[in-house]
Design a protein around this ligand. Structure first.
Ligand code: ATP
Ligand code: MG
Length: 415
């Protein structure tokens, strides 16, 4: 990730300030954003190459790639950190064409230091960022108080398998990743420029994004993994649902309409689940605190089957350690709660017609260990489509079918 020398011609383009992305449910590196629609992820060469060479039939399932950006870390004498990004000519063009209003931040823009320091007076960054990321509904945001950061810090000390509420709408996992990323950057003395890739924020289409991150496939290590890494990843697969069903939970947040908060589960929680627990997690993901969104199951299944068809056609592709994001709108002002309850309880056969498929999305992410024929410098060429991935998809579809069936039988057996 470190980028040792600033490329002077990049400075010709308008600089942008990076803000922390609060709806990050999994992963290890902190994600930032430069506007509501565009995220920044630390650049990894393999992933960068993958995005630059996307096969046409997978594009609709993958976030749009929007170029790269060089990011400079600026730390002031009080220890406040600001991340300033310099788009390349290509990414600058894309960003301008998106009419991004928040690309120019004034000098009073909040800084990143709240991610590294939990003191009460350094939290404006998250407060402002949260407001930006949800700019469609200005009434939803409570000002972020110092108590919130303290609570979040406490929750990190709990067992990783416990569930945490998102505090102030900020996913605790997201906070943890940002703290780690920024403290790593701060320690990197001598190097203060980093490369990031710009990606479409696929959560931006939702007011209250409910997000499930599923690591797909029965194998997680790339072809270039060391023996030690291979063993470690194989053990992780064997001790989780990855081996048995080809999919495991890596993170989840689901909006609760009764409390207005998110329930969040992290990757450690996901690793602790049995196959039965995995299915219950899908149910939890569909439950909004008042009712189960069984109406979304059919659109999700349709999308997964379409993805299955696309993956089957990708000879030689392997998506080791990549994730599938399943998302839906948690807002009840967009979907009438009373009518949903009526549909779920009284007429289970009508589930599929209640909500349009626009309320859900399914996307593949995380390609740092993916490969395919012609992948820059890779010696191993795999034959046929990714069987481990398809095994996971098949079991996932079956789990959703089982949920639908169970609900249908349960409801029709009611007196
Ligand atoms: N394009 C995107 N739009 C919205 N959210 C995203 C996007 N890409 C990633 N995320 C969020 O960031 C999280 C981490 O993403 P990702 O898996 O790519 O990170 P990573 O650090 O490479 O992961 P890993 O630790 O598995 O290698 C996801 O769980 C998701 O919540
Ligand atoms: Mg990931």
């Amino acid at each position: 990730m470190p980028y040792s020398a600033m490329n002077p011609h990049l400075l010709d383009f308008k600089s942008v300030q990076l803000e922390p992305f609060v709806h990050q449910v999994g992963g290890h590196s902190g994600f930032f954003h430069i506007n509501n629609e565009t995220l920044c992820k630390p650049l990894v060469d393999r992933e960068h190459f993958f995005y630059e060479n996307l096969p046409a039939n997978l594009k609709e399932f993958i976030p749009e790639y929007r170029g790269e950006i060089v990011v400079q870390m600026i730390e002031d004498t009080d220890g406040y950190v600001t991340l300033v990004g310099y788009p390349t000519e290509y990414s600058s063009g894309i960003l301008n064409s998106k009419k991004c209003s928040s690309c120019t931040y004034n000098s009073n823009s909040p800084t990143m230091d709240s991610m590294c320091d939990t003191s009460a007076d350094k939290v404006s960054c998250l407060e402002n960022q949260h407001a930006n990321s949800n700019s469609l509904d200005p009434h939803r945001h409570r000002p972020l108080q110092s108590r919130i950061i303290e609570d979040t810090t406490k929750s990190e000390q709990q067992s990783p398998t416990e569930e945490h509420d998102a505090i102030g709408g900020i996913n605790p996992w997201s906070l943890k990743c940002h703290k780690q990323t920024l403290s790593r950057m701060k320690k990197n003395t001598g190097l203060n420029s980093y490369k990031f890739i710009l990606l479409e924020n696929v959560a931006a289409q939702f007011y209250f994004p409910c997000i499930l991150d599923l690591k797909m496939g029965t194998r997680q290590h790339g072809d270039d993994a060391t023996e030690e890494k291979k063993k470690r990843h194989t053990r992780k697969c064997q001790s989780t649902t990855s081996s048995s069903i080809g999919v495991r939970v890596c993170g989840m947040q689901v909006h609760q309409v009764d409390t207005g908060r998110y329930i969040c589960h992290n990757k450690y929680y996901g690793r602790s689940l049995t196959v039965e627990g995995f299915k219950l997690e899908l149910l939890q993901f569909l439950h909004n605190g008042c009712t189960s969104r069984i109406d979304l199951v059919t659109p999700i299944i349709h999308r997964l089957l379409k993805l299955q068809d696309a993956i089957e056609r990708r000879d030689s592709f392997r998506f080791y350690s990549s994730s599938l994001l399943i998302m839906y709108e948690g807002s009840t002002s967009l979907v009438n709660e009373a009518s949903l309850q009526a549909i779920n309880k009284d007429d289970p056969k009508n589930h599929s017609v209640s909500v349009s498929s626009e309320n859900i999305d399914v996307r593949m992410i995380d390609f740092a260990h993916s490969t395919h024929q012609g992948f820059s410098g890779d010696k191993t060429v795999h034959k046929g489509p990714d069987k481990g991935y398809l095994f996971g998809l098949k079991n996932l579809v079956q789990a959703f079918i089982d949920i639908k069936k169970w609900y249908s039988e349960n409801e029709t057996s009611r007196p």
